[in-house]
Design a protein around this ligand. Sequence first.
Ligand code: ADP
Length: 404
Amino acid sequence: MDETLNILVVDDDDIDRMAVTRALTKAQVTFRAIEAKTGEAAIAHLKQAQFDCIFLDYRLPDYEGLELIRKIHALKQHAPLVVLTGQGDEQIAVDVMKAGATDYLSKSRISSVTLEKVLQNAIRVSQAEVLVEMANQKIRESNELLRKQNQELELQRQQIQLQNLKLIEASQLKSQFLATMSHEIRTPMNVIIGFSQLLLRPGQENLTHYQRNMLEKIFSNGKHLLELLNDVLDLSKLEAGRMEMKPDCFDVSQAIHATVNEVRSLAAQKHLSIDVQVELDNLEVLHDVHRFRQVLVNLLSNAVKFTDEGGVAIEVQEIASDVIEIAVRDTGIGIAPEHTQRIFEAFRQVDQSTTRRYPGTGLGLAIIKALVQAMQGEIVVESVLGKGSVFRFRLPRRYGVVQS
Ligand code: ADP
């Protein structure tokens, strides 16, 4: 130890105090000793200065030993405390240590060697205690910080949960609103379509060319509007899980050819070919044929809509036992990888601008996906931008039969 140690020697006996300081002088310790004869005087010194070690006589006239140790501790003095015990006081050592003393030494053993050893040991223990206390303090602080962060996270979690509930409620209200509105608009729409159809019947010669032209526009736009309304209604039914399936046995090849015929004229207008390839031994499936054709017609319409050159191909095969895959392949504009999942969300289109080249509402694929799922199947897409896309939907051969 090369620095000067501040040492407080507390003993009412002059000889004993001297014995301590003399022993310290002989030891290899550089120190400055402050002496106190009473407990009160010791406390007064401790309140004024920091010490590196305190040697404390257990028996003082004004204080009981344990009480004084506790009082020194209460002063938050970090100096190591070595209690000097008299003859016959050895048994109190345990109590002294429990009360917070760093060490104890019988006065009969005071010598330069023992004192230096005790002093060094006490200082080391005390420094270790200070380090432990600092580490504990750090742990307490980081615990407190963690507790606060946890509290904040919990608060955020609760807010997000609340927000989620609100979103779910808003989404349910939106679906409800869409369902009600489309249902309500459908009735007058059917009347408009019905009456324009009635007026367009053959034999209505009293219509001028201009009037007939106008009526045809009313009729075709009315039908288009009705299709949109039906899409919205379907989606809200599917979202609410209220879409009812009416499964029936049908010939899948026939259903596909009939559906292809619906879009053939559209494809012909763009000079696109449509090929159908059915590689099935057993053509019979059990599904809601109307919904099956709805999925296919939507995929085919998209394939034709987004293809300017080449053609569309439909390939049907049994990819696993009683699992049928219908692939609709086109040579169209393709879809970039970052869009392939999002296009299945309602109202989502790769081109969301109002000036987009291809018309549409962005509902088709959302309905298709929900319908395929309602039919216990799945739909996936593979696409290369600028080359074309393949939409594959897979269905169990028989609706309602659980797959193993
Ligand atoms: P809509 O066709 O009414 O825009 P869909 O839900 O049917 O809505 O399709 C969503 C989007 O997915 C389309 O706007 C288009 O960007 C993309 N898409 C769908 N099918 C194809 C396809 N065969 N080729 C390229 N893009 C497609």
